[in-house]
Design a protein around this ligand. Structure first.
Ligand SMILES: [Zn+2]
Length: 288
């Protein structure tokens, strides 16, 4: 048997009302007044990982870190990697280069001050790096980031760059950042998503297990998976004014998520993104 491939596990730390699909129903100015669930839900995720003996990467909003600094410290103390999800979940594709630079700089500094560890990874809100803003990678490198995981090489109405490479690549040459695209599996000449999102709650778990095995055993490649703390919270408040499509995507099978995650954490090997893809030494990290 060839050695088991270790996959990259990630969590996008944001509250249930901060997702891009809620933009029309919950204004950014009202965020501070919304009942917050991010702390208890992230604690639940931390327990899930502790039970499975897995360390992961937590792409965290600067907005969340400023309001919940103890949570960010608990993430770091658990041996996990703290990385940047931007400050207030503005899509990179809605920012010009100056606004993008200010955002990734501010978030990195807030997270590093809070976690007490260097921040090397970035994930754009809603996978919003694509053909139109590939300049973002240059800025990330200039601002001291080592990698980005901001491209989902699929066709989707809100995000996606189907023509992007499916596996790790360097968009600006040997010295630039590495882009780590969310995992897809190639079926009938199309990239199908298998790295998380609503798909993971909608499709049977067996389909995901098949796709991840195919990546690990046929392609001999690590998968990159992501989910959100609000996905393990079936009791979250439900704001009014959401479209039927958004409601379906956000709430479908929330009650099954935790069980599926437990299965996936034990069926495959997982670790922090920096360890899997940057060749970070276990001994050199802050973790166990
Ligand atoms: Zn997000």
């Amino acid at each position: 048997m060839p050695p088991r491939v270790v996959n990259g596990m990630s969590v996008d730390v944001e509250d249930y009302f901060q997702v891009s699909a809620f933009q029309g129903a919950v204004r950014r100015d009202d965020w501070a007044q919304m009942p917050s669930r991010v702390e208890r839900n992230t604690e639940r995720v931390l327990r899930l990982f502790a039970d499975a003996g897995v360390t992961a990467t937590f792409f965290t909003l600067g907005w969340v870190a400023e309001r919940h600094p103890a949570l960010v410290r608990r993430i770091a103390d658990g041996g996990h990697e703290v990385a940047s999800h931007g400050f207030a979940h503005v899509r990179a594709s809605d920012q010009d280069p100056d606004a993008f630079r200010a955002d990734v700089r501010r978030t990195k500094s807030v997270l590093e001050d809070t976690a007490g560890a260097p921040v090397r990874g970035y994930r754009a809100a809603s996978f919003s790096i694509g053909e139109a803003n590939l300049w973002a990678h240059e800025i990330l490198a200039e601002e001291g980031y080592a990698y980005s995981s901001s491209i989902y090489p699929v066709r989707h109405d809100h995000y996606g760059m189907p023509a992007a490479p499916r596996f790790a690549f360097r968009p600006c040459g040997e010295r630039g950042v590495i882009e780590l695209p969310i995992s897809t599996v190639r079926v009938l000449n199309r990239n199908l998503p298998c790295g998380g999102g609503g798909y993971f709650r909608l499709a049977p778990y067996a389909a995901f297990r098949w796709a991840l095995r195919r990546l690990n055993e046929d392609d001999r490649r690590p998968a990159i998976f992501y989910f959100h703390p609000w996905e393990v919270d079936p009791d979250q408040p439900r704001p009014a004014g959401l479209s039927a499509k958004t409601r379906f995507r956000h709430y479908v099978n929330l009650g099954r998520m935790e069980g599926r995650l437990r299965a996936m954490l034990s069926d495959f090997a997982w670790d922090r993104m920096d360890r899997v893809f940057l060749g970070e030494d276990r001994a050199a990290g802050s973790g166990p």
